[in-house]
Design a protein around this ligand. Structure first.
Ligand code: SF4
Ligand code: SF4
Length: 394
């Protein structure tokens, strides 16, 4: 196993993501399978396990605790997340945190994150009424959180503002990073920003929800030509292994074969060669379906609607590759007069754009995609009900 150092802790670079455990025929988490996968991962050197309060309808924390209970507490690291984006309203944050500790069977979290900060959820996380951060800072002072960070799905610009505003508060940031999002979602800029502030980078979605682990035939053939025996996923992981400030790469494993393959990939450092990197760049280019906005902002000054055009195009490009939920959440964070439907179609931006992008056309399509897309408000109702029930709020 390859390890990284974070403040004197030896973290396995492969982290076990607990978001996608396999279910049995009854639709329940297959605990025997989870136990077997954990045993195999631990025998292979994995010592980092990542869950979150809402994962698997609140059952991920319990399944993780069950699989870890036979191991000494100081032999593994547990990461959990505060569900600010799923709250039904202001709640007793301390009680919710303590409940997660109990469900995970631990009395402290090695790593704890504010879950899914983006342009929409940041308003909750920063709200005085919701009072989230002060409670978590107190938990850190009490030793119940050893390291505090946040998982992030917003823009690089927003990340920079957050890092300025909370200088010295957070210790690590978890971002969606893989060889497709390196450019598609500006992961390179985010990685550089976090690194320049001296914080650790944690990676989620290394295979973009499985997309890069099961490539289409033409793209998979590019990788088979390089190494017929290597899995698609192994290339995605090796891309990330080459980024020195990536401390932990989370993989949501739900099959024993997947654990075995990942353990092989993380057995030793194997940086990508030039041909391999070129193949991944070509695959990433083929998977992008959006428009080549460089975020130069030449179009913004003259927009009569005052729209943040590069931000909207970033959401458009991301929705085109899918899934759409995070992007529609980010658009929810805008006031109605700043959303894509507010474009009046004057065409000023298209004239200003050095890339020749038909911005009004793109925004019209984005407005349709947004209107038809998933709605976080509706989707999070079940999560909100769970929190109400768990905190006896009904
Ligand atoms: S076409 Fe739309 S986005 Fe472009 S400048 Fe006019 S209002 Fe703004
Ligand atoms: S001018 Fe074109 S490339 Fe530059 S930010 Fe606007 S849309 Fe993007």
């Amino acid at each position: 196993m390859i390890y990284s150092d974070f403040k004197g802790k030896k973290l396995s670079r492969l982290g076990f993501g607990c978001m996608r455990f396999a279910k049995n025929e009854a639709g329940e988490i297959d605990q025997a399978k989870v136990n077997a996968m954990f045993d195999m991962a631990i025998a292979g050197g994995v010592n980092y396990f990542d869950t979150a309060y809402p994962y698997l309808d609140g059952k991920s924390e319990l399944a993780m605790a069950e699989a870890l209970k036979k191991y000494p507490r100081d032999s593994y690291f547990v990461a959990d997340k505060f569900p600010g984006h799923s709250l039904p309203g202001p709640v007793d944050n301390s009680a919710l945190f303590e409940l997660s500790l109990r469900k995970c069977g631990v009395d402290y979290f090695d790593f704890y994150l504010l879950h899914n900060i983006n342009e929409w959820s940041v308003k909750i996380y920063e709200s005085a009424e919701y009072h989230i951060l002060p409670v978590l800072l107190r938990k850190r002072e009490e030793g119940k959180i050893r390291h505090l960070g946040f998982s992030f799905h917003g823009s690089a610009r927003m990340l920079e503002e957050l890092l300025d505003r909370y200088d010295g508060v957070f210790e690590f940031v978890q971002i969606q990073c893989n060889y497709l999002d390196w450019t598609l979602q500006d992961a390179k800029a985010k990685y550089d920003l976090i690194t320049s502030r001296g914080l650790g980078v944690w990676v989620m979605e290394p295979c973009r929800g499985g997309k890069l682990a099961a490539l289409d035939e033409a793209n998979a053939a590019k990788l088979r030509a390089i190494d017929p025996a290597a899995s698609d996923a192994s290339f995605a992981f090796r891309f990330l292994q080459g980024l020195p400030n990536v401390k932990v790469i989370l993989s949501g494993m739900n099959e024993v074969d997947q654990v075995a393959d990942n353990l092989r990939t993380f057995e030793r450092e194997r940086p990508l060669g030039e041909a391999e990197r070129a193949a991944l760049d070509a695959i990433a280019a083929s998977l992008k379906k959006g428009v080549p906005c460089t975020a130069c902002r030449y179009c913004c000054a003259g927009c009569p609607a005052g729209l943040d055009i590069p931000f909207l195009i970033e959401c458009y490009n991301s929705i085109k590759v899918g899934p759409a939920l995070n992007s529609t959440m980010r658009l929810d964070g805008l006031s109605v007069d700043k959303r894509p439907a507010a474009c009046v179609g004057c065409g000023q931006c298209a004239h200003a754009c050095p890339q020749g992008i038909d911005v009004p056309g793109v925004l019209a399509e984005l407005a349709e995609l947004y209107a038809a897309g998933p709605k976080w408000g509706e989707m999070s109702k079940g999560r909100q009900d769970n929190i109400r029930r768990d905190l006896n709020m009904d």
